[in-house]
Design a protein around this ligand. Structure first.
Ligand code: GDP
Ligand code: ZN
Length: 319
């Protein structure tokens, strides 16, 4: 009888899965049978980061995934094409690193908060990196300072970096050691450049047109896990264009803004408070005393509004 072997999914194309074993061997795998998802809206049964048990096939060339071990956590996003479906970006991660920039492309208001909505359900520590610092004018540094204060105050780590000038790299490299880190960002922020900088053994394709020939370079169409020389792994994910949340309820938003959630025990309506016009709302009070950031609150209201608008037809479908 052949024994099952345990490995980690490092890439998934939807029909094939690459699974790395403890000895470094990589198996090309297919799924055997059906795997039930706790949440039926999740389209992919297996995500990068999943620990699985596989059974090599007779030929010895490929294997079957027989079992998915329980996940410690996972990151879900709304499918960019089908908004009623969810895609599991990755699982079993220690932390998430969001690469962003203030300029080129210009920072999208609310994007950071939207990203954090994906990591909060499992309290996954998030690191926010502002790349392209070499392009910042004085007012951009002011913006950075303001954002640094807002996000570090509520417990996120914030960094300034420049992939081009290789600045601010060392502290990030330190953070990646011995951990599994999901790396994400909007297209064009320099995520691939920064990852290449953090791990020179990698050669992710960057978007520079003059660089386009780059044969043999990795492209990020699917999430993919790479080992780091210093120990640890990164999971590179496809560039994000927008993040929608039509699968969520207003309370999910309130619960995933961590400082609002912490304050909600003091709200008159507790966990039922959406922190808008409810009486005795601790978030509104903290907003007045500037303990809660106006920017965060503004972005929160926007997401809430968007969800209420998008969900309208679903809520009234039976009527
Ligand atoms: P990705 O889409 O986030 O993976 O971004 P890329 O790594 O492909 O970079 C997009 C463009 O931004 C490329 O032209 C890079 O050369 C440029 N870029 C990346 N990092 C920096 C940086 O720190 N400073 C400047 N000035 N340009 C950068
Ligand atoms: Zn409240």
């Amino acid at each position: 009888m052949k024994l099952l072997q345990q490995g980690v999914v490092i890439k998934s194309t939807g029909s094939w899965y690459m699974v790395r074993m403890a000895d470094g061997r990589i198996w090309e795998c297919r799924i055997a049978g059906k795997f039930r998802q706790e949440d039926k809206k999740i389209t992919n049964p297996i995500a990068v980061g999943d620990h699985v048990n596989i059974l090599p096939e007779e030929s010895g060339e490929s294997a079957l995934i027989k079992e998915i071990l329980p996940r410690e956590n996972y990151v879900l996003r709304q499918s960019p094409r089908r908004k009623h479906e969810l895609h599991m970006l990755a699982s079993n991660i220690d932390q998430a690193m969001l690469i962003t920039t203030i300029v080129n492309p210009q920072l999208k208001p609310g994007f950071i908060d939207r990203f954090l909505m994906m990591t909060e359900p499992f309290n996954i520590p998030a690191i926010i990196v502002f790349n392209k610092a070499d392009l910042y004018a004085d007012e951009d540094f002011d913006t950075y300072a303001a954002l640094e204060e807002i996000y570090s105050q509520i417990g996120y780590q914030v960094f300034l970096a420049s992939a081009t000038q290789e600045k601010g790299i060392e502290p990030l490299r330190e953070l990646l050691k011995e951990r599994v880190t999901l790396v994400a960002g909007q297209s064009g922020v320099g995520k691939s450049s920064l990852v290449n900088c953090l791990e020179p053994s990698l050669d992710l394709r960057t978007q520079d047109l003059s660089d386009y020939s780059g044969k043999g370079r990795h492209t990020t169409t699917f999430a993919e896990m790479y080992p780091l020389k210093s120990g640890g792994f990164i999971i590179d994910t496809p560039g994000i264009k927008t993040l929608g949340f039509s699968h969520l309820e207003p309370y999910d938003v309130a619960h995933n803004f961590r400082e609002f959630f912490a304050l909600s025990v003091q709200c008159k309506f507790g966990g039922q408070c959406l922190h808008r016009n409810e009486p005795g709302c601790a978030v509104k009070t903290a907003l007045k005393t500037e303990e809660v950031s106006e920017l965060r609150y503004f972005n929160y209201l926007n997401i809430l509004q968007e969800i209420e608008d998008q969900n309208y037809w679903e809520r009234h479908r039976e009527v």
